[in-house]
Design a protein around this ligand. Structure first.
Ligand SMILES: *Cc1c(COP(=O)(O)O)cnc(C)c1O
Length: 347
């Protein structure tokens, strides 16, 4: 099958002329230049200037950290924004479709609905893995993307690399792999496949392992041509100056994040072991993420019981094939201890 990105791009987006901001022209500000081009307040407050619309310094650092060329990186206001930009770039409202694999992250279908795009649901199989033949049967000129979350939220398992490769080779559209939890696994990121597959998009975030959900920073990795199109349609200053600065600071201290992830992985194992011995817990899913999905006797009542003890977990019972499940985020060792004690003392 001969394929090129252009056949999937929404025609109006391919023709779009982006807004050019003052900071696009001389963004790499030289100390000795006088900037009278952007109607900013000239008195230095550290944040009086518009931020770099292309976040060049931050992308260079992320490129070195994630081993992906800077021209293959798009940054956004959380993964939510970069995912939304994919809909805008590839999908014609009221006409195109995307494939989602429930139970999975709810944002894909919310964003589809906001963009007036239909979703086709192809449930994960009995092992919560993609049903590749059924997904490939959705191939059509109007089926533009498939969303694969790996490790998957809420089931916490990794998707087999072989299945994703079969999708990359056989799916007639963009394969979006959401790796929000990749740092909690030992598996390498699928960014390593970007050289081989033009239709691969990998999404990551600063919200989980990097501990910076509050700054809203999402990363998207894809071939340079896709990034060029996305840059043309994104809001010019979608990553604010405080966020860029906080991310650069965090990248100066990756060792402390690594140490936190190590603690969380050890706590995940401990919490899973403890959960297995709790009477009302029937099954504990193996986890490659920083949360654990467990099937319990009565999720609604256990959820309410925990609320009464001041502990908020996530009831995932309404998700497909997740009846009577609760999702427990791995907390600090102290928090996990309180959770286990609350569960043990439930009569
Ligand atoms: C938490 C999460 C994200 C992160 O979203 P942000 O907008 O970057 O905070 C992305 N995908 C999945 C599956 C998640 O669970």
């Amino acid at each position: 099958m001969e394929r090129s990105i252009d056949q999937w791009i929404r025609p109006t987006m391919a023709k779009l002329k982006p807004y050019t901001s003052a900071r696009d022209e001389y963004g790499e500000s030289r100390e000795d230049m006088i900037f009278l081009d952007a109607n900013e307040n000239p008195f230095d407050s550290g944040m009086n200037r518009y931020p770099d619309p292309l976040q060049r310094e931050l992308k260079d650092r992320i490129a070195a950290w994630r081993n992906v060329a800077p021209e293959r990186i798009l940054l956004g206001n959380g993964s939510d924004e970069v995912l939304d930009l994919l809909f805008r770039l590839f999908c014609v409202p009221e006409q195109d479709r995307v494939v989602v694999l429930p139970p999975t992250y709810g944002m894909y279908s919310v964003l589809a609905a906001i963009n007036s795009i239909d979703t086709i649901s192809i449930p994960l199989d009995g092992k919560f893995e993609p049903n590749v033949p059924a997904i490939l049967e959705c191939n059509s000129d109007n089926t533009k993307m498939v969303f694969v979350c790996s490790p998957n939220n809420p089931t916490a398992n990794l998707m087999p690399e072989a299945s994703i490769i079969r999708l990359l080779e056989g799916f007639n559209g963009i394969v979006v792999v959401d790796e929000a939890y990749i740092d909690f696994t030992d598996r390498e990121s699928l960014t390593k496949l970007l050289d081989r597959y033009d239709n691969l998009v990998v999404v990551q975030t600063f919200s989980k392992a990097m501990g910076l959900a509050g700054i809203r920073l999402g990363m998207l990795f894809a071939q340079a041509k896709i990034i060029k199109y996305l840059n043309a349609i994104k809001p010019p200053y979608n990553v604010n100056g405080l966020t860029q600065k906080a991310a650069l600071d965090a990248l100066e201290d990756l060792e402390s994040k690594k140490a936190q992830v190590a603690v969380l992985k050890a706590e995940r194992a401990r919490l899973a072991g403890e959960l297995e011995h709790i009477d009302c817990v029937e099954n504990v899913m193996a986890s490659e993420a920083n949360f654990i999905l467990a099937r319990v006797a009565n999720a609604d009542s256990l959820y309410q019981y925990l609320i009464g003890r001041g502990i908020v977990v996530r009831n995932r019972s309404k998700q497909l094939n997740c009846e009577n499940t609760l999702r427990f985020t791995v907390g600090t060792p102290e928090e996990n201890k309180v959770l286990i004690e609350a569960l043990k003392s439930k009569t």
